[in-house]
Design a protein around this ligand. Structure first.
Ligand code: CDP
Ligand code: MG
Length: 136
């Protein structure tokens, strides 16, 4: 089933010059980029994006990271795109993520882990509406 998923290439990836390397993995997999934008977000956008996490003790440093520099937001489309992109990205903690995944190969952090991807059809719908309201 074709799906769309919201991906963020986070500020650490932009700072490290890894945008192209990360995008290349998604394109090589066969996913289609249907929206893409370089963007600097503010705290309100970070809070809206991470609504499920705002009460976590680790949220304030996550928000600081999310607004620390530009990121690249995109929407990918393809067969089972939501789970496919989560698998390509790897486990949340880069230290534990499997080799071959974006995080497993390129991140050594539980916070600065390079990428975000929607985790369910409901999240995808909410996040695409938040980031790309004109696409819905
Ligand atoms: O991004 P993912 O869905 O894999 O993980 P999450 O559990 O939904 O957490 C969202 C983001 O919060 C992670 O990708 C990390 O950047 C950050 N995080 C953090 O800063 N500290 C933690 N203890 C856990 C997650
Ligand atoms: Mg998540």
């Amino acid at each position: 089933m074709s799906q769309r998923t919201l991906v963020l290439i986070k500020p650490d990836a932009v700072r490290r010059g890894l945008v192209g390397a990360v995008l290349s993995r998604y394109e090589s997999k066969g996913l289609t980029i249907v929206a893409l934008e370089h963007r600097q977000i503010d705290a309100a956008q970070a809070d809206a994006h991470y609504a499920e996490h705002v009460d976590q003790p680790w949220y304030p440093p996550l928000r600081e990271f999310a607004v620390s520099g530009p990121l690249v937001a995109l929407v990918l489309e393809g067969d089972e795109a939501i789970s496919v992109v989560r698998t390509l990205n790897g486990a949340t903690d880069g230290r534990a993520a499997a080799p071959g995944t974006v995080r497993g190969d390129l991140s050594l952090s539980n916070r600065e882990n390079l990428v975000h991807a929607s985790d369910s059809p409901e999240s995808s719908e909410r996040e695409i509406a938040l980031w790309f309201p004109n696409l819905v």
